[in-house]
Design a binder for this molecule. Structure first.
Ligand code: NZQ
Ligand code: ZN
Length: 387
C-alpha cells in the first residue's frame, strides 16, 4: 500500500427528513445564496423544504446552472455573490450545481488573476480561499457532495476542465434518498454508471496489496450492480435509493483511492467527448471504459483477473477468456441500465476523433493512466475502438 494523507471534512446528514436540519450548520447571521439548476427542485418540492429550513434567514436565489455547468453562467452568480455580500452558498441539485457552486465559491474570492478561468487553467492550485458552501444533493453520481473537485465547461472555447482545492469541500451535505424518487430514468442510470466508473478508475490499475481499498471497491461495484437496475425498476424503494446514494458518495470521497494507484484516463477522454458533442458525462464513460480496458489489458491484467472473479464471479476458462468476459459484462451492465456504449449510438461517427485528440494535447493530457503511458496516439486508438 502506498503512503497517503486522507482528510474528508464534509459532514454528511443522511436520510429522510434531514433537509429540515440544514439550518443548524449555517451561521445564523450568514447571507445565503441558494444555487440550483433548471427547476427540478421546484417540481419535486425540494426547494420548498430548503426554504422552510431557512425561514427567517437572509436568502437570495440563483437559478439556471445547466448540466455541465458553464463558466459563462457561473460568472453571473459571482456578480450576485459580490453585489449581495453573500457569505454562504447552498448548492441544491446534482453534480453540476455542486460543481458550479464550488467554482462560484472560489471565483468570488479569486485574486490571482482578473479572469477566474485561470482557476481551471491551474487546476485550482492558486485558490487560497473560497466562500463556504453546503450542498443538498438530488442526484447520486459524481461524489461532488463530499469531495473538493469540480468540472467546468466554457462555451466560447469548447473546453471542459477540472479543478480541486482544499478550500472547496462542502462544509456539509444533505443526502436524503427520497429526493431522488423524481429522477428521470436516464439520470438514475447515468448516476450508477458514473459511480461505477469512479470506483473502477481507482481499483482497476495494478496491485499494491491495498486489501481494504480493493474489498471496499468491490463492495461498491457489487452494490451498484445489484441496486442500479432495482433503482430503475422500483423508483420509490427507499432502501435501494439509499444504497445507491451512499455508494456514489463513497466512490469519490477519497477513501477508496487513498494509498492505491489511480487511472482517470476514461474521465479525461470522456470530458473531451462531452465538450465537443454534448453527451452526458456518464454516456461518455460508458463509451470509453470498455474500449480502454481492452486496450490496456496487459498493463491491467492482474487486477482485471481479480475483477473478473470477485465482481463478476467468472471462474471458468483461460485468463484471457475471463478478462474478455469481464469487459463484456461491464459493457452489458451499462447497456442493461440503458446507457449505450458506442460513439455511433449517439450519432458520433468518429470523424471528430482527431479534433478531440488535439484538444487533449491542448489541455496537456498527453500521458494518461496509472502508468502515465497513454499517449495521444493511444487515446486516438481507444476512441477509434469505441466507435
Ligand atoms: O437542472 P435541474 O432542473 O435540477 O435538472 C437536473 C439535470 O437536468 C436533473 N435532476 C437532478 N436532480 C433531480 C433531477 N431531476 C429530477 N429529480 C431530481 N432529484 O438531472 C439533470 C442532470 O443533472 P447534473 O447535475 O448535470 O448531473 P450529474 O449529477 O450527473 O452531474 C454531472 C456533472 O458532474 C461532473 C460532470 O462532468 C458533469 O459536469 N462531474 C463532477 C465530479 C466531481 N465534482 O467530483 C466527478 C465526475 O466525474 C464528473 O466529472
Ligand atoms: Zn465521473
Amino acid at each position: 500500500m502506498n503512503n497517503f494523507t486522507l482528510n474528508t471534512p464534509t459532514k454528511i446528514l443522511f436520510g429522510k427528513g434531514q433537509i429540515a436540519k440544514l439550518g443548524r450548520d449555517i451561521p445564523a447571521d450568514a447571507r445565503i445564496l441558494i444555487t440550483y439548476g433548471g427547476g427540478s427542485i421546484k417540481k419535486n418540492g425540494v426547494l420548498e423544504q430548503v426554504q422552510k429550513a431557512l425561514e427567517g434567514r437572509a436568502v437570495v436565489e440563483f437559478a439556471g446552472i445547466e448540466p455541465n455547468p458553464t463558466y459563462e453562467t457561473l460568472m453571473k452568480a459571482v456578480q450576485v455573490v459580490k453585489a449581495q455580500k453573500i457569505d454562504f452558498l447552498l448548492a441544491v441539485g446534482g453534480g453540476s450545481v455542486a460543481d458550479g457552486t464550488k467554482f462560484i465559491a472560489a471565483a468570488a474570492r479569486y485574486a490571482a488573476a482578473t479572469d477566474p478561468w485561470d482557476i481551471l487553467l491551474t487546476g485550482g492550485s492558486k485558490v487560497t480561499s473560497a466562500v463556504p458552501m453546503g450542498c443538498v444533493l438530488t442526484l447520486p453520481a459524481t461524489g461532488s457532495e463530499s469531495n473538493s473537485g469540480a468540472v467546468i465547461s466554457r462555451q466560447a472555447t469548447g473546453d471542459k476542465l477540472a479543478f480541486s482545492s482544499r478550500h472547496t469541500y462542502p462544509v456539509f451535505s444533505v443526502l436524503d434518498p427520497e429526493v431522488t424518487y423524481s429522477l428521470p430514468a436516464r439520470q438514475v442510470a447515468n448516476g450508477v454508471v458514473d459511480a461505477f466508473v469512479h470506483t473502477v478508475e481507482q481499483y482497476l490499475t495494478y496491485p499494491v496489496d491495498g486489501k481494504v481499498q480493493d474489498r471496499f471497491s468491490e463492495g461498491l461495484l457489487l452494490t451498484l450492480i445489484e441496486e442500479g437496475p432495482r433503482a430503475l425498476a422500483e423508483p420509490t424503494n427507499y432502501a435501494v435509493r439509499a444504497n445507491v446514494m451512499w455508494s456514489a458518495t463513497q466512490a469519490l470521497n477519497g477513501l477508496i483511492g487513498a494509498g492505491v494507484p489511480q487511472d482517470w484516463a476514461t474521465h479525461m477522454l470522456g470530458h473531451e467527448i462531452t465538450a465537443m458533442h454534448g453527451l452526458d458525462h456518464a454516456q461518455t464513460l460508458a463509451i470509453v471504459l470498455p474500449s480502454l480496458l481492452a486496450y490496456k489489458k496487459e498493463q491491467k491484467r492482474a487486477k482485471l483477473l481479480q475483477y473478473a472473479e470477485r465482481v463478476w464471479n467468472l471462474r471458468e476458462g483461460s485468463d484471457d477468456q475471463r478478462i474478455d468476459a469481464a469487459i463484456q459484462a461491464t459493457r452489458d451492465f451499462f447497456e442493461k441500465l440503458g446507457v449505450r456504449t458506442r460513439l455511433s449510438d449517439y450519432g458520433v461517427d468518429g470523424s471528430t476523433i482527431p479534433a478531440m485528440v488535439a484538444k487533449l494535447k491542448e489541455h496537456g493530457l498527453t500521458a494518461l493512466g496509472e502508468h502515465q503511458d497513454i499517449t495521444l496516439e493511444d487515446s486516438q486508438r481507444i476512441l477509434e475502438a469505441a466507435r
